[in-house]
Ligand binder design. Structure first.
Ligand SMILES: [Zn+2]
Length: 464
């Protein structure tokens, strides 16, 4: 085995206990995005760890938001790699479904259980520990590294756009590794090359006055009926969105199509991820994957109106509200989608349905699988796992990756330490310890090969 790689592996092995300790320290901070106290503790721990590895660290507060932590370490080569992760976490409810307290990390069998273990503290810490590994075992860092860690991802990253625009020069790098990514149940590395965009709106129908006796339902308009009538014009029974022009900008992406054709996961994985949810349409697997990953959609997140408590009450409600998220794919623009939605409602006679924009959202982003940065990630991941990587054109969810790809103009993708049973955003969130360690090695080798790979097309340290 290559002597450099064996040094790195040894270092990770020898520091196993210390690395887990570092991770647990961060997991113990209850950094729910809206809990200021937990946020401060998490920031302190991260700043301390970054300083320990020799980073020049600053924290930035934009409009009173949670601090953005920015760290930079100079390497002895010109290329730069940036890591984006977030230290805030989702709330823990329902608490009674947790087997152990969410901020008292529990190690059982091969996993660590705690809120944030996978989303996203495991990735965040693994990046810092990869840098530590290289510096401690080789005495130098073979590339410049920039850390961009935010504390508001779980509430829609309100500070991040301003920060990226204001500090564009400082954030310049040759690639950005985004949060997420990991290993599937067979241990194959999973790499995601982007994310969908998202818009969040509330449709509101209101009537003058308060609730009425339901006997008026013969002659007085019912906002709940108005709302469901309006909603029913938006999507057909097969899931197709009926808004004129909605799919106009969705174009075939041959690279994405090719990736889809190579994702050989089986149906049971989709069934497991959705608790065996009923399919809108029973399609062959490649078509299901295509729809899941490459299609835009409008989703009803919740509807509320009238009497919804136990038992009965005859009432004609005064209002009906529905919350919708709209997931969009590359080339679709939030402004245009919102305009089309309003036009659609007007066309069907629902001009009285207000469209309240709760989050103006952002566009999708995708990086080509053929960029050298992605090709190296695949090579490294496959060398570390000895298994073929599964490369997804994007996640089915959303993230403001456009800030990196469109504003900074850098390739950006996810490869990390999670697994499909991570329970992110849910009770008993967890991380497989072996994946955490593998992630540190994977990240170390990416850093180690990067400069030579992008300049000379040569990755000398893969024999892992
Ligand atoms: Zn996350």
């Amino acid at each position: 085995m290559n002597i450099v790689i064996s040094k790195i592996k040894k270092h990770i092995e020898n520091n196993y206990t210390q690395f887990i300790k570092n991770f647990l320290r961060l997991l113990e901070c209850p950094s729910v995005s809206t809990d200021k106290e937990g946020i401060e503790k998490a920031v302190d721990v991260i700043v301390e760890l970054l300083k320990e590895v020799g980073a020049d660290v600053k924290t930035y507060k934009i409009d009173g938001g949670n601090p953005i932590i920015y760290g930079e370490i100079k390497g002895d080569k010109n290329s730069s790699i940036m890591f984006y992760d977030h230290y805030d976490v989702q709330p823990v409810d329902p608490l009674d479904r947790w087997i152990s307290p969410p901020f008292k990390p529990r190690i059982e069998d091969d996993k660590i259980y705690a809120r944030g273990a996978s989303d996203d503290k495991g990735n965040l810490i693994s990046r810092i520990l990869a840098v530590k590994t290289l510096k401690d075992s080789l005495g130098e860092l073979p590339v410049n590294v920039k850390f961009l860690f935010e504390g508001e991802e779980e509430i829609g990253s309100p500070s991040l756009p301003k920060f990226v625009i204001n500090y564009k020069e400082q954030l310049k790098a040759d690639v950005c590794i985004w949060e997420g990514g990991g290993f599937n149940k067979n241990g194959r590395p999973m790499i995601y090359l982007g994310a969908k965009g998202v818009i969040y709106v509330e449709l509101r129908v209101k009537r003058r006055g308060d609730d009425l006796h339901s006997s008026w339902g013969t002659i007085i308009e019912n906002p709940a009926w108005r709302l469901v009538s309006a909603l029913s014009t938006i999507r057909d029974i097969k899931g197709r969105i009926l808004i004129d022009g909605f799919y106009d900008e969705v174009i075939d992406d041959p690279e994405a199509e090719e990736l889809i054709s190579k994702i050989n996961i089986d149906r049971s994985e989709i069934e497991a991820m959705t608790s065996n949810g009923e399919l809108i349409e029973d399609l062959p697997l490649p078509d299901l994957l295509r729809r899941w990953l490459l299609s835009p959609t409008v989703n009803i997140c919740g509807i509320y109106s009238g009497y919804v408590e136990k038992g009965q009450k005859t009432v004609l409600p005064s209002h009906g509200f529905a919350k919708l998220d709209i997931r969009i794919v590359p080339r679709m623009h939030p402004d245009r989608v919102l305009m089309l939605l309003k036009k659609h409602l007007a066309k069907f006679g629902f001009s009285d349905v207000e469209v309240e924009i709760l989050n103006h959202g952002y566009p999708a982003a995708r990086t080509s699988p053929n960029t050298p940065q992605v090709r190296l990630a695949k090579l490294v991941a496959e060398a570390v796992s000895s298994k073929e990587a599964v490369v997804f054109p994007n996640i089915a969810g959303s993230g403001p990756i456009y800030l990196i790809t469109d504003i900074l103009g850098q390739p950006c993708f996810s490869f990390g330490v999670n697994h499909p049973g991570s329970n992110i955003h849910a009770p008993n969130e967890n991380l497989i310890i072996n994946n955490f360690m593998k992630g540190i090695l994977q990240c170390s080798l990416y850093l180690l090969n990067f400069d030579s790979w992008v300049r000379l097309g040569n990755a000398p340290y893969l024999n892992a």
